[in-house]
Design a protein. Sequence first.
Length: 490
Amino acid sequence: MLGFALLGAPGGRGAFAEEEEKAPNPDEYFNQGVEHFKRDELNQAEEAFRKAAEMRATDHEALCWLGYVLMKRERVEEAIKAFQDCCRAKPSYALGHNNLGTAYFHQQGFEEAIREYTRALELQPDYREARHNLLNAYVAAGKHKEAVEMYRDLLAKDPQNPALLNGLGEVYQAINRGNEAIQSFEKAAQLDAKNATYASNLGSALLAAGRIADAITALESALQLDATLTNAKLNLGIAYAKKLRWPDAEKVLRQVVKEKPDDFLAHFRLAYALDQQGNFDEAISEYETAAKLNEKDPSPLSNIGRIHFKRDNLEAAVKYFEQALELDADFLPAHNNLALALARLNRTEDALKEWGEVKRLDPKNVAALMAVADAALDAKKYEEAKQGYLAVLRLERLNVAAMINLGVAYDGIGGEDNLEEARAAYERALQLDTSKLTKEFQAILVNNLGVVYQKQGKLKEAVQQYTRALELNPNYQDAKDNLARAKERL
């Protein structure tokens, strides 16, 4: 956003006539304070302004200077009191209200800051710093509607002002009005084609909107104008990754981590780019760095687990997935991957527990629904399995595996109606694209259909299916045995 609130520096005073006894007076202390401030002698400046204010309690300029010096010394509470005294001494002093607002802003007292900035603008409508600060305070307070209205009012008077257009774009971006943000940034960039910040903001908005190619163009332009824009480099790395341009992503993200070694997202994104290129050891190192930078984010640990899973280091994978879940018990990727790892380790009950967690977090997760249904089928809990496969097919009506196993479940339940449902399920599966299934799996499907026909007393149709199964897999012993029995009964 606008980034910071601006303090206004009070002015100085003219020379004064010395009194005969040469006793210091408020004006002398005031001018001493200004001279000390110019030499960055803040301790002496504070002392001089305090003396001036003590000698003349209504000296609003001395009080304003005192608050200004205290802000420079990061003593915000004392600065607030000084600015309050200044505004009481002269309620019509716009600078005092602006600076009081900025002191409140530094303490995140955004409502108070808005009140003071508004008062400053009432007193001095052309006060640019107060206008800037009020916009900033609106955004910080989450009053985006007010910020948008203020920007629009200003743009109505100055429609070709790129800074205002850029600021409006930032507010739109903050409230997820992406298309309007893009329009504002585009206008700003067109009006000032040499401004790298405007081009960078446009690229960021385009990236958020999923317009990746356009984002890359804008971000590359921004970096041609100003190669020091680290955030533009980070966003460009993310954009390259979305286009699977992993070497390009790696190159730019390496620059980012050098420039911002404590940036969690930069290390995480670099790790992912390395991960996708199979550079696993360095990827793990970057994930570990990211994990140290943000100890509450489970993603780096989960991704280290995923690398161990790829390498078939299943026990290590389980350890990292479990560590990720210690940080966030509802982190879906870790539950999903932990279930896969436990299944590979033949820890079936533990895997089912994790699939149950996946279902809880994502009731439409097909992999979890299939895994739970498959487990029920293996346990001959046919009704439970049937319900599971039906749930899968409601989400993916062309899921061949679910359709075949649904047939098995109906067959297992038994009874004339369920056998007819099993036959229908197998025949629907055969009508789908089975080209991705192995010949052996296709043979199982056809054999199962034959079994249903045989149970229904349709021996001729059963023989046809068994014969077809053997054409697909001549070594399929179940089909050979079934064919022999069916022929005996013909």
